[in-house]
Design a binder for this molecule. Structure first.
Ligand code: GLA
Length: 729
């Protein structure tokens, strides 16, 4: 719900449990008044507190009204370079006369039911206008004619507020916009810890927590994608906040390219949070009459610690960011041949894997890298999307038929954004990759990146993929992207627009995804970028699941999946059982543990089943049966992170069905210790006054005992795991 109190000049955005307020100060300045626990009145929000600052310059417009105030002291709703506010500006532009001052004045507002679409960009949505209200506030710079619209949506069923900004050039000269954050939130104190998800290839989204100090603390990606290195998410939490308690403010960027996000703690001990497209190597030339739309930020306030924050992100993203048939439908259990064969396979080998997998209860075979061009290693053929008939004499249609005849569905890997210098495509179009004229082209994994800002490239790739997908009943696509962006430049853009390349690439990619996915609504699309290198909210608008990491080791996966769950629901996390010793870290863990960890996402297999014993195959069969019996709870229920691998030698996760009738708990020992007694794990989210029966033993526990005393678990041996299912009786 969104209201405007005309008398007090306050906009009030409300979600079920949160409030967000913006005031119009002195008739022209938008002051950030409040974000936190829901309040029902605006009285007292515009305080009479001092709005001056030691050493602060007085704002000229306010001085003219006889008000002595410095914008440096006032919490701003959005901020501009060139005012008396000397904190990090959310907006910076260079005008035709060379000046860089932007002075925005409140102009008008509209409140409408529902949530408008963001043109060409991924965003959360509503299915019905009654689900949310949207506020658009227009501000204007009288001198240059530049106009901004601040857009806010408050959801009625989720404690989430979304923000984005639109820049409109209503003037008569071009403007170069080189910083445009999607949000700016000014807090009146700095007593926060910052939490973010960082990592590397095969070690994505580990949780980091640090105290704020004076100055800027920033996470960012300049890698052309949101990256393995930093996720476009951070939270500010009060010092004592934990999974269950405390104020937490979460920010998640619905964008998959370069970003910057973080905070500046200023000289007065206040905190400014920001999130947007990275201003490094970004500039957008806005001609008169043109509009630039900045991507969306989803902001979640939780009074119930990180657990509550994640619940909101998880639910909102699963139901109002993800789209299409597989948003709600159960997905097949798949086997992927990558770690089984790498590039070394032929049709017979794939058919053998499919036959054995079918016996083990697996439902779909996914053919990974190496099926096209003459790709026997990673040094060629990206861009040549036609089958290698040496490996697959009957092409993709012939192989799909054989796999379908076994009773298995078929899925296929592509890396559509890439081009190998050794490919027919590159020989025909050497200027189709990102590059800068006169500079050598730097390869990574022997490949270059196609310039997706170009419409001819977009059209060619769209057609190539559609041709393959139309050639056979392919029911799943794995869309990979395996390198960081360098040599960022486009052959088609004029010099003054070269700094638009990286963002135009993202817009091009989003449009190709929209086009292809729109044409194949029944195909399940999984995203991948060397594992979880682009596992962000932007991608979740297109892909119904994401390959969480190339690291398939059960223990490392606990850290990765634990961190990922801060924002993403289990149903989005592609998670596979692989062989031991593990190919990434060499660890040996029991098949049972590997199965349980993988069940906490979308279960799949990635190993050579033809080399497994009958006992192992029947264990897989059993795993799949068990998974199917609990996946509804794991994918649609609420997740509770009971024990963190980052803080303990154990991990415990619990998933509770929405109706609280079933709870599934997983408990893992990372490393055991000598002389230890059992460990008590407290469950959450149950009916306190009801009884639950443990499915495995028939023992009966009351909800409040499980939640307050906990259940006693054996300390366990290294890498051991177990699952407990509680049914309400
Ligand atoms: C990336 C993916 C892997 C696999 C390989 C194939 O690394 O993350 O799962 O598909 O590419 O080259």
């Amino acid at each position: 719900m969104i209201t405007f109190d005309k008398e007090k000049q306050i906009f009030h955005l409300q979600t079920p449990n949160t409030s967000y307020m913006i005031g119009i100060y002195g008739g022209y300045l938008l002051e950030h008044l409040y974000w936190g626990k829901r309040v029902d009145s605006t009285s007292g929000m515009f305080g009479t507190e001092s709005r001056t600052a030691s050493f602060g310059a007085n704002d000229a417009e306010l001085s003219e009204q006889g008000i002595s105030a410095s914008t440096d002291a006032i919490p701003q709703e959005y901020s501009f370079y060139g005012s008396c506010d000397l904190r990090k500006p959310a907006f910076h532009a260079i005008y035709a006369d060379g000046s860089r001052i932007t002075k925005m004045k409140y102009d008008s507002y509209v409140i409408k039911a529902g949530k408008p679409k963001l043109c060409g960009l991924p965003a959360t949505y509503v299915e019905n206008d009654s689900e949310a209200d949207t506020l658009e506030i227009s501000v204007k710079d009288e001198l240059t004619g530049l106009k901004l619209i601040y857009r806010y949506t408050a959801f009625n069923n989720y404690d989430a507020i979304t923000r984005n900004v639109e820049v409109i050039n209503d003037g008569d000269a071009a403007v170069s916009v080189d910083t445009v954050m999607s949000c700016n939130v000014d807090f009146t104190g700095a007593d926060f810890d910052m939490i973010n998800l960082s990592g590397s290839w095969a070690r994505e989204r580990h949780i980091e927590r640090r105290a704020l100090g004076t100055g800027t603390t920033k996470i960012e990606s300049r890698r052309g994608s949101s990256s393995h290195h930093q996720s476009p998410f951070f939270a500010l939490a009060e010092k004592t906040a934990n999974e269950k308690h405390g104020d937490v403010y979460g920010f998640s960027f619905v964008y998959s390219g370069n970003f910057e996000a973080g905070v500046e703690v200023d000289t007065y001990g206040r905190t400014r949070a920001f999130m947007g497209i990275n201003s490094c190597d970004f500039a957008w030339l806005l001609e008169p009459g043109e509009t630039f739309t900045a991507p969306e930020v989803v902001m979640v306030y939780s009074a119930g610690g990180f657990g509550e924050m994640s619940k909101t992100f998880n639910r909102l993203y699963q139901k109002r960011l993800a789209r299409g048939k597989y948003r709600d439908a159960e997905r097949p259990v798949l086997i992927n041949n990558w770690e089984a064969t790498y590039f070394n396979f032929d049709e017979d080998k794939i058919v053998d894997i499919a036959k054995t997998a079918k016996k083990a209860g697996i439902e779909m075979l996914v053919l990974d890298d190496g099926w096209f061009g003459k790709r026997d290693s990673d040094n060629c053929s990206l861009g040549d999307w036609y089958a290698d008939t040496k490996k697959l004499p009957n092409g993709i249609p012939g192989l799909v038929k054989k796999v379908n005849d076994i009773g298995m569905k078929f899925g296929l890997w592509f890396e559509p954004e890439m081009i190998s210098p050794d490919s027919d495509l590159y020989r025909a179009h050497p200027d189709w990759c990102l590059h800068v004229k006169g500079r050598k082209r730097s390869e990574s994994r022997n490949q270059l990146i196609l310039d997706f800002s170009r419409s001819d490239v977009q059209e060619y790739i769209t057609k190539s993929l559609k041709d393959v997908l139309n050639s056979a009943p392919i029911e799943y696509v794995k869309w990979d992207m395996n390198r960081n962006m360098t040599c960022i430049g486009s052959a088609l853009l004029p010099p003054e627009r070269q700094a638009e390349t990286a963002h135009r690439y993202m817009l091009g990619l989003y449009s190709v995804l929209e086009n292809i996915m729109g044409s194949f609504p029944d195909v399940l699309f999984e995203g991948c970028s060397g594992g979880g290198g682009r596992f962000d909210a932007g991608m979740m608008y297109y892909f119904n699941q994401y390959w969480t990491s190339d690291d398939t080791d059960a223990i490392e996966r606990m850290y990765i999946q634990h961190g990922t769950s801060l924002v993403m629901p289990a149903a989005f996390m592609g998670s596979h059982v692989s062989a031991v010793p593990n190919h990434q870290v060499g660890r040996v863990s029991p098949l049972k543990t590997r199965g349980y960890v993988a069940m906490c996402g979308q279960l799949g297999y990635e190993l050579d089943v033809t080399k497994m014993s009958d006992e192992e195959l029947s264990e897989i069969n059993e795993q799949i049966e068990v998974y199917k019996s609990v996946r509804g709870v794991i994918h649609n229920g609420d997740m509770y992170r009971l024990v963190s691998p980052f803080e303990s030698s154990h991990t415990a996760w619990e998933y509770v069905a929405e109706d609280k009738k079933t709870a599934v708990m997983f408990y893992f020992t990372i490393m055991t210790a000598p002389s230890v007694i059992n460990k008590y794990v407290k469950l959450e989210g149950l009916e306190a006054d009801k009884l639950y029966k443990l499915r495995e033993t028939g023992e009966v526990y009351s909800g409040d005992v499980l939640m307050n005393r906990g259940i006693s678990m054996p300390y366990g041996k290294d890498c051991e795991g177990c699952m407990l299912v509680f049914d309400l009786i």
